[in-house]
Design a protein around this ligand. Structure first.
Ligand SMILES: Cc1ncc(COP(=O)(O)O)c(C=O)c1O
Length: 349
């Protein structure tokens, strides 16, 4: 089975497991875990920020950021397809009593012109707009890398207008490899950045929220409040450190395998894809109505040996990662084409 459901399905290598097994540890709640401390220092340094805090998941780092930047009743601006709004159970409302102001970015890319009139007036009838959240790479956008100048422009506008800025950079390192801009280049525009170690980087657990020293005491309180205080977490932090040291450059391989799959899809009747929008390791394609729903397509492709998730009624998502070789990608592309042919034969029979 070629598992293209997500880049979170990877298992740690023997070398990563060895690093985890030998990691020095301590109680990171009552004291400091030395491996967690090393990971946090290294992460902050890579992003050009003062400090970082290790947490169990990307959802938690995003939600701690929302809590950090906003008070109950505050509003944050985000793109309507973003993870924070769509895939975190509305935690911004459940946990922090905040509301999102969603903007439909064309192809999930917001532009400055769309933001300029979106800050609420200072009026007792209105919520207060506090925060701008961006996502890079953008998952629902098919792993697209946001235009660098556009990001810089939007963040500059936000800061000038008294907003803070947060980046959901669950796949920031895919953007780094695809854009040639460093993590610090991207991060400089944001007050806080969330990165995930458990996606393309291939570590088993964890994310970090990166920001300035002044954020740390509050971040630590919110992490504990949301249940993210961990004890001998150096065991898992060692996997994340290993991933940061060894697994960034190889993300280029995942971008190549995604392109192989996308190119094959582009040649297949009944499927639609714009290969120019495949920037990184995520491939989203549309299943023509003649072939049934995206769920039908995924079920049929799984029977042939390629496992993908439906991403809407008519879209399928395939994600490449460190277990997918070029041969796997070629085979997956052929399975996808064969599935389309079979479904087309069934529906036209
Ligand atoms: C863009 C983005 N942000 C945040 C998350 C949340 O990460 P986690 O699953 O670790 O909570 C994900 C997970 O897929 C994601 O794709």
């Amino acid at each position: 089975m070629i598992d293209l459901r997500s880049d979170t399905v990877t298992e740690p290598s023997q070398e990563m497991r060895a690093a985890m097994a030998s990691a020095p540890v301590g109680d990171d709640v009552i004291d400091v875990d030395p491996t967690v401390a090393r990971l946090q220092e290294h992460t902050a340094e890579m992003l050009g920020k003062e400090a970082a805090m290790y947490m169990p998941s990307g959802s938690m780092t995003n939600q701690v950021a929302v809590r950090l930047h906003c008070k109950p009743g505050d509003e944050f601006i985000c793109e309507s397809g973003c993870h924070i709004y769509n895939y975190e159970q509305g935690a911004f409302a459940q946990l922090s009593q905040t509301i999102p102001r969603m903007i439909d970015g064309p192809g999930h890319v917001m532009h400055l012109e769309q933001l300029v009139d979106k800050i609420r007036p200072n009026d007792e009838h209105a919520v207060q707009t506090r925060l701008l959240c961006l996502e890079n790479t953008h998952n629902k956008g098919g792993g697209i890398v946001l235009p660098y100048e556009g990001v810089a422009e939007m963040c500059e506008w936000a800061h000038k207008n008294g907003l803070t800025t947060h980046l959901d950079g669950a796949r920031l390192f895919n953007a780094v490899v695809a854009s040639g801009k460093s993590a610090a280049d991207w991060a400089q525009h944001f007050d806080t950045v969330s990165i995930c170690f458990s996606k393309g980087l291939g570590a088993p657990v964890g994310s970090a929220l990166v920001g300035n020293q002044s954020h740390m005491a509050q971040m630590r309180r919110h992490r504990k409040l949301f249940g993210g205080g961990m004890r001998q977490s150096g065991i898992i932090a060692a996997g994340a450190l290993y991933a940061l040291t060894n697994n960034i450059d190889r993300l280029a391989d995942d971008h190549q395998t995604a392109q192989i799959i996308a190119d094959q899809i582009a040649k297949t009747d009944g499927l639609e894809i714009d290969t120019k929008n495949v920037h990184t390791n995520i491939v989203i394609f549309k299943v023509g109505s003649g072939l049934g729903t995206a769920a039908d397509f995924c079920a049929a492709a799984k029977d042939e040996g390629a496992w993908m998730f439906p991403f809407s009624a008519e879209h399928v998502r395939a994600v490449t990662h460190l277990h997918i070789t070029q041969e796997d990608a070629q085979a997956a592309g052929k399975i996808i084409s064969r599935t389309a042919e079979k479904l087309s034969a069934v529906t036209s029979a």
